[in-house]
Ligand binder design. Sequence first.
Ligand code: FAD
Ligand code: SF4
Length: 498
Amino acid sequence: MGYIRGFLEFDRKENPKRDPVERIKDWGEYVMRHSDEDMKEQSARCMDCGTPFCHTGAEWDRDMVGCPVNNLIPEWNELVYDGQWKEALDRLEETNNFPEFTGRVCPAPCEGSCTLAINDDPVTIKSIENEIIERGFDNGWVTPNPPQHRTGKRVAIIGSGPAGLAAADQLNQKGHTVIVYERDDRAGGLLMYGIPNMKLEKETVERRVHLLEEEGIEFKLNTEIGEDVTYEELKRNHDAVIVCTGAQQPRDVPAENRESQGIHFAMEYLTESTKALETDPQKTPISAKGKNVIVIGGGDTGADCVATALRQECKRVVQFGKHPASPEDRDEDNPWPLFPMTYTLEYGYKESLEAYNEDPRKYEVLTQSFQTDDEGNVTSLNTLNVEKVVENGRLVTKEIPGSEQEWEADLVLIAIGFTGPEPELLEHMGLETDERGRVWTVDGTKDYTTSEPGVFAAGDLRRGQSLVVWAIREGREVAEQCDAYLEKDSSLKSSFAV
Ligand SMILES: Cc1cc2nc3c(=O)[nH]c(=O)nc-3n(C[C@H](O)[C@H](O)[C@H](O)COP(=O)(O)OP(=O)(O)OC[C@H]3O[C@@H](n4cnc5c(N)ncnc54)[C@H](O)[C@@H]3O)c2cc1C
Ligand code: SF4
């Protein structure tokens, strides 16, 4: 414990944020870094409570408790308070391969489980984590660290999202030769094309990928397994395969005139918008400039679409969610130390409020149909309001008669989630799937072995759409199992039964 009275003397202080009206004029990150003094005070708030729920990383049914990668939070809080940043970095790197990603985009289940959060605001764990790794880069402490020896074993990793990158890092450190196959033109998965620059600048992703390359990991970009390289070829040239291709099959809105022009899936829009930043941000094939934009889907992907549309100078953006607004305080069935399901004002909503004087979120709205002009371009959409009511002891969603509404729309973005992994590769490889289309593994929670010998699976592909921090954890765990498999059998190519 750094300072015994810290939690009594200092209030929680969030990282400073750039002015919402100014920041929508560019694509830079909106969160700024804390000063030295603030960092000392914020780390001093850690009580070193003895049973740090913040670090547990447990799942209870669908609830999360603490940090999924089991970061040693109280230990690094004390080191930061004492100014021992290098030692704090050493502790952080023991559990998290990429703290610069989680320090920026993690929803921080650790903070919901912080003991101080029982009756006060939690410690700012996420921003301390980010500051530790950024100081590591600033001071030149994060340098390539290639393994001392090579085992001669070759591992193919399909997909370069956080799960694939974490698995690659771990196996490379064990001395295996790791080749990452990625169908996109840049590595990073949803860290690169998905999460927008305002939350995670792409230089930060590339900085890590370059480091991994310097440590000996080979990246084969623009290479789709199942199209450019077959599974048979992979088997011939590697001792094991890890599949980390995510769960990016989008869920659609089955409404009349869905096929009209101007209606796109969120991922198509976000990917093109990020790619355009390399040349001219306004020259993206799906631009919101001057348009009435409607985002269907009240989740985080929808929030990222709102923030992106604002930066493309849309005329107006609204976002439909089918659920009511979250409560200000925890509900009775959502107690500490579970992840708090409470109201938050995401960055894009604050920007819309301040720059356009409107909260874009419209709650309990269902899309019924789209209208088009003579050329098939979307012009508006019709909605109906719904409400949650208790019927026969069960909570059900009911339509509200007479609540029909028409909304002007030139661009509609569908962000109602993902049904699971894209099926083509899994069919090509002959991998068994579960009832939700996810890759089946021997024990759905702790084992990463698939139905194919020598083939492992991790990340969203296995657990369904989740979080960066869970993908990192799965990447670390699958690497451990893959390494044990490689150690056990020195002639694994034969076990592939080519
Ligand atoms: C818009 C959006 C915003 C998000 N924001 C956050 C956030 O703020 N915080 C957070 O914690 N989580 C966020 N998430 C979730 C998070 O990004 C994912 O849970 C995480 O990236 C999953 O990692 P992964 O490695 O399993 O898969 P992915 O990141 O999806 O990577 C899979 C990779 O596999 C590649 N691939 C697929 N098929 C093939 C093939 N046949 N051959 C070669 N390569 C292939 C894909 O191109 C992709 O690069 C967000 C998700 C979305 C969609
Ligand atoms: S990775 Fe996420 S849950 Fe873990 S300490 Fe960092 S912010 Fe908290």
